[in-house]
Design a protein around this ligand. Structure first.
Ligand SMILES: [Zn+2]
Ligand SMILES: [Zn+2]
Length: 131
């Protein structure tokens, strides 16, 4: 082998490496085109808590962060007072329907703030009427 041969071999190897790199780049570009980046789904906190309560019993549900957060929203909406008498003590959140149970944050209209007395009264009235 002459020094010229070495040079030729060296250049050829370099060329092959360069071509390989170009090919790989092309492939990568292609893949990027056909496979769009996976979209990251960002949940806000209540949605995250919402996912956690789906399998909980009603009792556990009432103790969940999700319910606590929903309650906070309802209390704020109803200015921390019973919607019937305006009392601000012993407040409870009443479900007018359970059809959206565990999806309450999407159906805030199903919930209302009542004082303990009015909450009790509400349920007694409805139960007496047999609704
Ligand atoms: Zn009341
Ligand atoms: Zn109730």
């Amino acid at each position: 082998m002459t020094p010229g041969d070495f040079e030729w071999l060296y250049k050829r190897r370099k060329k092959i490496a360069h071509e390989k790199k170009l090919k790989a780049d092309k492939k990568r570009k292609w893949l990027r085109k056909i496979k769009p980046k996976q979209q990251k789904v960002k949940y806000n906190k209540i949605e995250l808590e919402h996912l956690k309560v789906q399998k909980l019993s009603y009792r556990r549900f009432l103790q969940s962060n999700y319910w606590r957060m929903v309650k906070k929203i309802i209390l704020k909406r109803d200015s921390n007072s019973c919607i019937i008498c305006g009392k601000t003590e012993n407040l409870e959140i009443h479900h007018s329907t359970y059809k959206n149970h565990k999806n309450e944050h999407l159906h805030l209209e199903d919930l209302s703030t009542l004082c303990h007395a009015h909450h009790h009264e509400w349920h007694c009235t409805i139960e007496m009427k047999g609704i």
